[in-house]
Design a protein around this ligand. Structure first.
Ligand code: 13P
Length: 257
């Protein structure tokens, strides 16, 4: 059984103090049974990682810590970059790699994504590798070709024994920040296709890889996604900034979908 993973991607939002208040507020809204059912992860900006880590540790919360990006080198003359050993020292467990905003705005290539995925695994960080198509690609029937290329390129040369702990986020770019989420059955179909692509690369590890949906997830639509057999969680942007809304997302109830 794959344990659902629901992750907050705060993008470039929240100072370290705001991040601390969020965690304190979330703590009051979640019960131990919520953490048993779902793996909860927050991915603050780099500047808030330390504060969020000490807040989580201080309250002994079962919340995972994720970063939003990293460089593939361990150290060096890369002004403005952050390496995996730096993240590991802060008790970071997950790292988002290849988010479409990094690919589209900052020019990250499949090759870079692949280097980052490999570097993350080398340092025992778990990648949340993002894939997804643009609206134009979708309209011309190119969704599967795009995500297949991204998955194959991203996982090239990754040691097979590491793959079961991989997380993939399928985030159709047209659904990100638009309020226009994918239909759950469409997301299911693409995510099942992604899983079959992982299977062709990694064999039975594909049954363990968790694949999230991301793109305008809210408390009001999460249950529809979680009711799908291949959707193992969500990567949540805008709706994860509010602790009340994010707690409702974590506490989804598929009997209502
Ligand atoms: P929204 O939930 O704001 O659409 O963002 C999705 C996303 O990009 C998460 O990584």
């Amino acid at each position: 059984m794959r344990r659902p993973i629901i992750a907050a991607n705060w993008k470039m939002h929240k100072t370290h103090l705001e991040a601390m208040h969020f965690v304190e507020s979330l703590r009051n809204r979640l019960a131990p049974s919520d953490y048993d059912r779902v793996e909860v992860v927050v991915c603050p900006p780099f500047t808030a990682l330390r504060t969020v880590q000490t807040t989580i540790d201080g309250a002994d919360l079962d919340i995972g810590l994720g970063a939003q990006n990293m460089h593939w080198e361990e150290k060096g003359a890369y002004t403005g970059e952050i390496s995996s050993p730096m993240l590991v020292k802060l008790s970071v467990t997950y790292v988002i790699i290849g988010h479409s905003e990094r690919r589209e705005i900052f020019g990250e290539t499949d090759e870079w994504v692949n280097k980052k995925v490999k570097a993350a695994f080398e340092h025992d960080l778990l990648p949340i590798m993002c894939v997804g198509e643009t609206l134009a690609e979708r309209e011309e029937g190119g969704t599967e070709a795009k995500v297949e290329r991204q998955v194959r390129a991203g996982l090239a040369g990754v040691p097979k024994d590491r793959l079961p702990s991989l997380v993939i986020a399928y985030e159709p770019i047209w659904a990100i920040g638009t309020g226009r989420n994918a239909y759950p059955d469409d997301a299911q179909a693409t995510i099942a296709f992604i899983r079959s692509t992982v299977r062709s690369v990694a064999g039975d590890a594909a049954d363990e890889v968790r694949i999230q949906y991301g793109g305008s997830v809210k408390a009001g639509n999460i249950a529809g996604f979680m009711a799908q057999p291949d959707i193992d969680g969500a990567l949540v942007g805008g709706a994860s900034l509010d602790p009340e809304e994010f707690a409702l997302i974590v506490r989804y109830d598929t009997s209502s979908s």
